[in-house]
Design a protein around this ligand. Structure first.
Ligand code: ZN
Length: 356
Protein backbone atom coordinates (compact mmCIF):
# COMPACT_ATOMS: atom_id res chain seq x y z
CA UNK A 1 0.00 0.00 0.00
CA UNK A 2 1.57 3.30 -1.09
CA UNK A 3 0.75 6.97 -0.58
CA UNK A 4 0.20 6.54 3.14
CA UNK A 5 0.73 9.40 5.57
CA UNK A 6 1.92 8.34 9.02
CA UNK A 7 1.35 10.82 11.85
CA UNK A 8 3.85 10.31 14.67
CA UNK A 9 2.11 11.18 17.96
CA UNK A 10 4.63 11.51 20.82
CA UNK A 11 2.97 10.92 24.19
CA UNK A 12 3.21 9.31 27.59
CA UNK A 13 0.62 7.40 29.64
CA UNK A 14 0.46 8.02 33.36
CA UNK A 15 -1.23 5.67 35.87
CA UNK A 16 -1.14 8.35 38.50
CA UNK A 17 -3.56 6.77 40.93
CA UNK A 18 -2.15 3.31 41.49
CA UNK A 19 1.12 2.38 39.83
CA UNK A 20 3.54 3.59 42.51
CA UNK A 21 3.29 5.37 45.86
CA UNK A 22 2.24 8.93 45.18
CA UNK A 23 5.57 10.55 46.14
CA UNK A 24 7.57 8.16 43.94
CA UNK A 25 5.39 8.75 40.89
CA UNK A 26 5.38 12.50 41.53
CA UNK A 27 9.18 12.53 41.58
CA UNK A 28 9.22 10.69 38.27
CA UNK A 29 6.63 13.04 36.77
CA UNK A 30 8.62 16.16 37.63
CA UNK A 31 11.71 14.76 35.92
CA UNK A 32 9.73 13.68 32.85
CA UNK A 33 8.01 17.06 32.40
CA UNK A 34 11.26 19.00 33.04
CA UNK A 35 12.88 16.96 30.27
CA UNK A 36 9.86 17.34 27.98
CA UNK A 37 9.77 21.14 28.27
CA UNK A 38 13.46 21.35 27.45
CA UNK A 39 13.10 19.07 24.42
CA UNK A 40 10.15 21.02 23.01
CA UNK A 41 11.86 24.36 23.59
CA UNK A 42 15.15 23.19 22.07
CA UNK A 43 13.79 21.64 18.88
CA UNK A 44 10.87 23.11 16.86
CA UNK A 45 10.91 19.88 14.83
CA UNK A 46 9.59 18.13 17.95
CA UNK A 47 6.29 19.71 17.04
CA UNK A 48 3.98 18.47 19.80
CA UNK A 49 3.46 16.14 22.70
CA UNK A 50 0.23 14.55 23.96
CA UNK A 51 0.16 14.66 27.77
CA UNK A 52 -2.19 11.71 28.24
CA UNK A 53 -5.47 13.62 28.06
CA UNK A 54 -5.54 14.51 31.77
CA UNK A 55 -4.77 17.96 33.20
CA UNK A 56 -4.05 16.68 36.71
CA UNK A 57 -0.51 15.87 35.56
CA UNK A 58 0.22 19.56 35.05
CA UNK A 59 -1.51 20.41 38.34
CA UNK A 60 0.91 18.02 40.06
CA UNK A 61 3.89 19.31 38.10
CA UNK A 62 3.20 23.00 38.71
CA UNK A 63 2.71 22.35 42.41
CA UNK A 64 6.35 21.23 42.46
CA UNK A 65 7.58 23.69 39.80
CA UNK A 66 5.47 26.87 40.03
CA UNK A 67 8.28 28.79 38.32
CA UNK A 68 7.70 26.80 35.09
CA UNK A 69 4.09 27.90 34.62
CA UNK A 70 5.09 30.46 31.99
CA UNK A 71 6.93 27.78 29.99
CA UNK A 72 3.97 25.42 30.23
CA UNK A 73 1.49 28.09 29.15
CA UNK A 74 3.62 29.05 26.15
CA UNK A 75 3.77 25.42 24.96
CA UNK A 76 0.06 24.78 25.53
CA UNK A 77 -0.98 28.00 23.86
CA UNK A 78 0.97 27.19 20.71
CA UNK A 79 -0.45 23.66 20.56
CA UNK A 80 2.88 22.00 21.19
CA UNK A 81 1.77 20.54 24.50
CA UNK A 82 -1.69 18.99 24.21
CA UNK A 83 -3.62 18.86 27.48
CA UNK A 84 -7.07 17.72 28.63
CA UNK A 85 -9.93 17.34 28.00
CA UNK A 86 -10.21 15.12 31.12
CA UNK A 87 -9.13 16.20 34.59
CA UNK A 88 -8.17 12.57 35.28
CA UNK A 89 -8.51 9.52 33.04
CA UNK A 90 -11.49 7.78 34.65
CA UNK A 91 -12.66 4.24 34.70
CA UNK A 92 -15.73 5.22 32.73
CA UNK A 93 -18.03 2.54 34.13
CA UNK A 94 -17.54 3.19 37.86
CA UNK A 95 -18.52 6.82 38.47
CA UNK A 96 -21.93 8.25 37.74
CA UNK A 97 -22.65 10.20 34.59
CA UNK A 98 -22.53 13.38 36.65
CA UNK A 99 -19.03 12.44 37.75
CA UNK A 100 -17.88 12.14 34.13
CA UNK A 101 -19.41 15.52 33.33
CA UNK A 102 -17.68 17.13 36.34
CA UNK A 103 -14.40 15.51 35.30
CA UNK A 104 -14.62 17.10 31.84
CA UNK A 105 -15.69 20.47 33.26
CA UNK A 106 -12.64 20.59 35.49
CA UNK A 107 -10.27 19.32 32.81
CA UNK A 108 -11.57 21.70 30.16
CA UNK A 109 -11.35 24.69 32.53
CA UNK A 110 -7.79 23.82 33.55
CA UNK A 111 -6.70 23.31 29.94
CA UNK A 112 -8.26 26.59 28.81
CA UNK A 113 -6.63 28.42 31.71
CA UNK A 114 -3.25 27.11 30.54
CA UNK A 115 -3.82 28.05 26.91
CA UNK A 116 -6.14 25.60 25.16
CA UNK A 117 -7.80 22.20 25.33
CA UNK A 118 -7.19 19.08 23.26
CA UNK A 119 -10.45 18.71 21.33
CA UNK A 120 -10.28 14.91 21.27
CA UNK A 121 -11.97 12.73 23.91
CA UNK A 122 -8.93 10.60 24.68
CA UNK A 123 -9.62 7.36 26.58
CA UNK A 124 -6.55 5.21 25.92
CA UNK A 125 -6.83 2.75 28.78
CA UNK A 126 -10.40 2.71 30.14
CA UNK A 127 -11.93 -0.74 30.62
CA UNK A 128 -14.92 -0.13 28.41
CA UNK A 129 -17.08 2.88 27.67
CA UNK A 130 -20.69 3.92 28.32
CA UNK A 131 -23.07 4.18 25.36
CA UNK A 132 -23.42 7.89 26.16
CA UNK A 133 -19.73 8.45 25.35
CA UNK A 134 -20.36 10.18 21.98
CA UNK A 135 -23.03 12.36 23.55
CA UNK A 136 -20.66 13.30 26.37
CA UNK A 137 -18.05 14.34 23.81
CA UNK A 138 -20.47 16.39 21.73
CA UNK A 139 -21.91 18.14 24.79
CA UNK A 140 -18.37 19.45 25.34
CA UNK A 141 -17.96 20.48 21.71
CA UNK A 142 -15.69 17.52 20.90
CA UNK A 143 -16.09 15.67 17.57
CA UNK A 144 -13.22 13.19 17.75
CA UNK A 145 -12.26 10.38 20.11
CA UNK A 146 -9.75 7.60 20.79
CA UNK A 147 -10.44 4.32 22.64
CA UNK A 148 -8.67 0.99 22.97
CA UNK A 149 -10.49 -1.60 25.13
CA UNK A 150 -14.13 -2.43 24.55
CA UNK A 151 -13.92 -2.54 20.77
CA UNK A 152 -12.65 -5.19 18.36
CA UNK A 153 -12.88 -8.95 18.15
CA UNK A 154 -16.36 -9.00 16.61
CA UNK A 155 -17.58 -8.92 13.03
CA UNK A 156 -17.60 -5.38 11.71
CA UNK A 157 -14.95 -4.21 14.19
CA UNK A 158 -11.86 -4.90 12.11
CA UNK A 159 -11.07 -1.35 10.94
CA UNK A 160 -9.43 1.57 12.71
CA UNK A 161 -11.85 4.44 12.08
CA UNK A 162 -15.55 4.58 13.03
CA UNK A 163 -18.40 7.01 13.22
CA UNK A 164 -19.82 6.15 16.64
CA UNK A 165 -23.38 7.31 17.20
CA UNK A 166 -24.67 7.97 20.71
CA UNK A 167 -28.12 7.28 22.08
CA UNK A 168 -29.30 10.76 21.09
CA UNK A 169 -28.07 10.40 17.50
CA UNK A 170 -25.00 12.63 17.87
CA UNK A 171 -21.78 11.05 16.72
CA UNK A 172 -18.01 11.28 16.95
CA UNK A 173 -15.25 10.12 14.62
CA UNK A 174 -13.46 7.46 16.62
CA UNK A 175 -9.99 6.02 16.13
CA UNK A 176 -9.51 2.60 17.68
CA UNK A 177 -6.04 1.90 19.02
CA UNK A 178 -4.50 -1.32 17.64
CA UNK A 179 -4.02 -4.50 19.66
CA UNK A 180 -0.65 -3.19 20.92
CA UNK A 181 -2.47 -0.08 22.17
CA UNK A 182 -0.86 3.29 22.76
CA UNK A 183 2.56 1.63 23.15
CA UNK A 184 2.76 0.35 19.58
CA UNK A 185 5.54 2.76 18.56
CA UNK A 186 7.31 3.07 21.91
CA UNK A 187 10.31 0.97 20.85
CA UNK A 188 10.97 2.69 17.52
CA UNK A 189 14.59 3.86 17.77
CA UNK A 190 16.11 6.96 16.19
CA UNK A 191 18.83 4.64 14.96
CA UNK A 192 19.08 3.63 11.31
CA UNK A 193 20.52 0.17 11.93
CA UNK A 194 17.88 -0.96 14.39
CA UNK A 195 14.89 0.84 12.88
CA UNK A 196 14.40 -1.50 9.90
CA UNK A 197 13.61 -4.49 12.14
CA UNK A 198 11.47 -2.41 14.52
CA UNK A 199 9.29 -0.68 11.90
CA UNK A 200 7.85 -3.71 10.09
CA UNK A 201 5.84 -5.10 13.08
CA UNK A 202 4.46 -1.62 13.75
CA UNK A 203 3.57 -0.78 10.16
CA UNK A 204 1.94 -4.12 9.32
CA UNK A 205 -0.99 -4.14 11.78
CA UNK A 206 -1.63 -0.42 11.37
CA UNK A 207 -1.86 -0.60 7.58
CA UNK A 208 -3.95 -3.77 7.63
CA UNK A 209 -6.74 -1.94 9.51
CA UNK A 210 -6.41 1.47 7.85
CA UNK A 211 -9.62 3.12 6.63
CA UNK A 212 -7.89 6.16 5.19
CA UNK A 213 -4.38 7.00 4.03
CA UNK A 214 -3.80 8.84 7.32
CA UNK A 215 -2.47 6.61 10.11
CA UNK A 216 -1.39 7.72 13.61
CA UNK A 217 1.61 6.03 15.23
CA UNK A 218 1.63 6.53 19.00
CA UNK A 219 5.19 6.94 20.28
CA UNK A 220 5.23 6.46 24.04
CA UNK A 221 4.44 4.12 26.92
CA UNK A 222 3.44 3.90 30.59
CA UNK A 223 5.30 6.50 32.69
CA UNK A 224 7.97 6.91 30.02
CA UNK A 225 9.90 10.07 29.34
CA UNK A 226 9.40 11.63 25.92
CA UNK A 227 11.06 9.79 23.02
CA UNK A 228 14.54 11.34 22.79
CA UNK A 229 14.46 12.29 19.10
CA UNK A 230 11.17 12.14 17.21
CA UNK A 231 12.34 14.49 14.40
CA UNK A 232 15.26 12.15 13.67
CA UNK A 233 12.91 9.15 13.83
CA UNK A 234 10.62 10.83 11.29
CA UNK A 235 13.56 11.46 8.91
CA UNK A 236 14.82 7.88 9.22
CA UNK A 237 11.37 6.45 8.57
CA UNK A 238 11.04 8.63 5.47
CA UNK A 239 14.30 7.16 4.14
CA UNK A 240 13.24 3.64 5.03
CA UNK A 241 9.75 3.89 3.53
CA UNK A 242 10.04 6.43 0.67
CA UNK A 243 6.60 5.68 -0.76
CA UNK A 244 4.96 6.98 2.42
CA UNK A 245 5.03 10.37 4.14
CA UNK A 246 5.84 10.94 7.80
CA UNK A 247 4.82 13.88 9.99
CA UNK A 248 5.10 14.74 13.65
CA UNK A 249 1.48 15.66 14.34
CA UNK A 250 -0.86 16.77 17.04
CA UNK A 251 -3.70 14.32 17.65
CA UNK A 252 -6.31 16.80 16.43
CA UNK A 253 -4.29 17.38 13.24
CA UNK A 254 -4.46 13.66 12.49
CA UNK A 255 -8.25 13.67 12.88
CA UNK A 256 -8.74 16.76 10.74
CA UNK A 257 -6.72 15.10 7.97
CA UNK A 258 -8.29 11.65 8.35
CA UNK A 259 -11.89 12.82 8.60
CA UNK A 260 -11.59 14.74 5.35
CA UNK A 261 -12.95 12.41 2.68
CA UNK A 262 -12.73 9.19 4.71
CA UNK A 263 -15.72 6.88 5.08
CA UNK A 264 -15.53 5.49 8.62
CA UNK A 265 -17.63 2.45 9.47
CA UNK A 266 -20.87 3.33 11.25
CA UNK A 267 -21.33 2.07 14.79
CA UNK A 268 -23.98 2.41 17.44
CA UNK A 269 -25.86 3.39 19.28
CA UNK A 270 -24.56 1.49 22.26
CA UNK A 271 -21.09 0.28 21.28
CA UNK A 272 -18.44 -0.13 22.61
CA UNK A 273 -19.80 -0.50 26.11
CA UNK A 274 -18.78 -3.88 27.49
CA UNK A 275 -15.06 -3.30 27.81
CA UNK A 276 -14.61 -6.69 26.17
CA UNK A 277 -14.66 -8.31 29.58
CA UNK A 278 -17.17 -10.65 31.13
CA UNK A 279 -16.57 -9.33 34.65
CA UNK A 280 -17.36 -6.00 36.25
CA UNK A 281 -14.58 -3.58 35.47
CA UNK A 282 -13.74 -2.93 39.10
CA UNK A 283 -12.82 -6.60 39.54
CA UNK A 284 -10.57 -6.41 36.53
CA UNK A 285 -8.94 -3.30 37.96
CA UNK A 286 -8.08 -5.20 41.12
CA UNK A 287 -6.20 -7.97 39.33
CA UNK A 288 -2.60 -6.69 39.16
CA UNK A 289 -2.81 -4.27 42.01
CA UNK A 290 -1.11 -3.44 45.23
CA UNK A 291 -3.60 -3.14 48.04
CA UNK A 292 -3.98 0.59 47.56
CA UNK A 293 -5.45 0.03 44.14
CA UNK A 294 -7.74 -2.70 45.35
CA UNK A 295 -9.12 -0.41 48.04
CA UNK A 296 -9.47 2.39 45.51
CA UNK A 297 -11.30 0.18 43.05
CA UNK A 298 -13.62 -1.18 45.73
CA UNK A 299 -14.34 2.29 47.01
CA UNK A 300 -14.87 3.51 43.49
CA UNK A 301 -17.40 0.79 42.81
CA UNK A 302 -19.44 1.44 45.93
CA UNK A 303 -18.63 4.51 48.00
CA UNK A 304 -17.47 6.52 45.02
CA UNK A 305 -20.75 6.03 43.22
CA UNK A 306 -22.70 6.79 46.41
CA UNK A 307 -20.66 9.94 46.99
CA UNK A 308 -21.13 10.93 43.39
CA UNK A 309 -24.92 10.72 43.61
CA UNK A 310 -24.82 12.77 46.83
CA UNK A 311 -22.52 15.21 45.09
CA UNK A 312 -25.09 15.72 42.40
CA UNK A 313 -27.63 16.85 45.00
CA UNK A 314 -25.32 18.93 47.19
CA UNK A 315 -22.53 20.21 44.97
CA UNK A 316 -24.12 20.66 41.58
CA UNK A 317 -26.43 23.55 42.56
CA UNK A 318 -23.61 25.47 44.24
CA UNK A 319 -21.39 24.82 41.21
CA UNK A 320 -23.82 26.72 39.06
CA UNK A 321 -22.24 29.86 40.44
CA UNK A 322 -18.81 30.64 38.93
CA UNK A 323 -16.10 28.33 40.18
CA UNK A 324 -12.81 26.85 39.04
CA UNK A 325 -14.93 24.62 36.85
CA UNK A 326 -16.13 27.68 34.98
CA UNK A 327 -14.19 28.99 31.97
CA UNK A 328 -11.09 30.99 32.82
CA UNK A 329 -12.57 33.99 31.05
CA UNK A 330 -15.31 34.29 33.67
CA UNK A 331 -14.93 37.71 35.24
CA UNK A 332 -16.99 37.14 38.37
CA UNK A 333 -15.10 36.02 41.45
CA UNK A 334 -15.71 32.41 42.48
CA UNK A 335 -17.94 31.93 45.47
CA UNK A 336 -16.34 30.17 48.41
CA UNK A 337 -19.13 27.61 48.37
CA UNK A 338 -18.52 26.88 44.71
CA UNK A 339 -14.78 26.63 45.30
CA UNK A 340 -15.34 24.15 48.11
CA UNK A 341 -17.60 22.10 45.86
CA UNK A 342 -15.00 22.14 43.10
CA UNK A 343 -12.28 21.03 45.51
CA UNK A 344 -14.45 18.15 46.68
CA UNK A 345 -14.90 16.95 43.12
CA UNK A 346 -11.17 17.18 42.53
CA UNK A 347 -10.40 15.20 45.68
CA UNK A 348 -12.90 12.51 44.82
CA UNK A 349 -11.63 12.21 41.27
CA UNK A 350 -8.10 11.80 42.57
CA UNK A 351 -9.17 9.25 45.14
CA UNK A 352 -11.50 6.53 44.07
CA UNK A 353 -12.84 7.13 40.64
CA UNK A 354 -9.78 7.02 38.42
CA UNK A 355 -8.38 3.55 37.99
CA UNK A 356 -7.17 3.27 34.42
ZN1 ZN B 1 -3.32 3.01 32.45
Amino acid sequence: MTGLIFHLIPHTHWDREWYLPRAALQARLVGVVDDLIERLQADPGYRSFLLDGQTVLLEDYLRARPDREGDVRALVKTGRLQVGPWYVLPDEQIPSGEGLVRNLLLGSADAERLGGRLDVLYSPDAFGHPPAWPTLAREFGIRYGVVWRGLGGEAGQERDLYRWRGLDGKDVVLWHLPRAGYEIGAALPADAERLFAAWAPVRGPLVQRATSKHIPVFIGADHHAAHPDVPRLRDLLAELDPQSAFRVSRLDEFFQAAADGAKPASMGPGRPSSGGMPRPSWLWCAWPSPSRRWRGAREGATGGRRWSSRGERWCAPSSMTPSRAAPATTSRAPSSRASRASRRWRRRWCGAACTT
